[in-house]
Design a protein around this ligand. Structure first.
Ligand code: ADP
Ligand code: ADP
Ligand code: ZN
Length: 215
């Protein structure tokens, strides 16, 4: 099963992706996570990406496409993959199609998690993540077991540098201008399934995703 999770920043893509991949045993490929690893390691690619990420702008297609292309051909993707945060532009989607076609693969599902802008800002500013296990928390909606403590036992949760009010505005702008046209792109291929996430708990959203897959 080859799946794409689409949606604005903070829609809950990472939260849902972690549960879906446990259920269907496929790897989660998050371009945001891959880019953050490159930034932390200060690789050439990371240094190039950082300025865009800090400003809430999309990293250039050429940089991101290169990363994903390599990852898709690793052996753990043979039986499927879940793309989280890629593609984000029509150019990325077109390139993905041609790369998959060459490998006689195709996308099976595109799930759009649709959440209203006014809810996004609160979700993003309250997000905290565990640097050790990758767990995603929210200070109000998905609280860690104790302040600054992860369920895995790690003490010290991270707050992403780009998860601030100012940057979120730019990220939402980039989403509406550059990424939201992808819903029409995939609708034309009859692949798009939309789940309205506004006002729904992560558990409710996951139930709806399972219904889509008849799981
Ligand atoms: P994305 O990967 O789309 O950017 P995340 O999964 O990281 O989104 O979620 C963003 C923030 O919103 C996190 O703090 C997460 O705990 C919280 N969150 C996720 N789903 C919901 C939901 N259905 N309702 C409220 N908060 C949510
Ligand atoms: P969120 O879902 O909260 O927006 P991500 O972790 O997916 O966060 O992305 C963080 C940042 O990484 C984005 O604001 C953007 O700068 C960059 N990025 C991630 N994926 C892509 C992509 N497919 N194309 C371009 N830039 C990307
Ligand atoms: Zn943890």
């Amino acid at each position: 099963m080859n799946i794409i999770l689409l949606g604005p920043p903070g829609a809950g893509k990472g939260t849902q992706a972690k549960q879906i991949v446990d259920l269907v045993s496929i790897p989660q490929i998050s371009t945001g996570d891959m880019l953050r690893v490159a930034v932390n390691k200060e690789t050439k690619l990371g240094l190039e990406a950082k300025q865009f990420m800090d400003n809430g702008q999309l990293v250039p297609d050429s940089v991101v496409i290169g990363l994903v292309k390599e990852r898709l051909f690793e052996s753990d993707c043979d039986n499927g993959f879940m793309l989280d945060g890629f593609p984000r532009t029509v150019k990325q989607a077109e390139t993905l199609d041609s790369v998959l076609k060459e490998a006689s693969k195709h996308i099976d599902y595109v799930i759009l998690l649709d959440v209203d802008d006014n809810e996004i800002v609160e979700r993003i500013t309250g997000r905290r993540t565990c640097p050790k296990c990758g767990a995603i928390y929210h200070l109000k909606y998905n609280k860690p077991p104790a302040e600054d403590l992860c369920n895995c036992g790690h003490k010290g949760l991270s707050h992403r540098a780009d998860d601030n009010k100012e940057t979120v505005i730019n990220r939402l702008d980039a989403y509406h201008k550059q990424t939201s046209p992808l819903s029409d792109y995939y609708r034309e291929f009859n692949l798009l399934k939309t789940i309205k996430g506004t006002g729904k708990s992560p558990v409710q959203v996951f139930e709806e995703i399972k219904e889509l897959f008849s799981l």
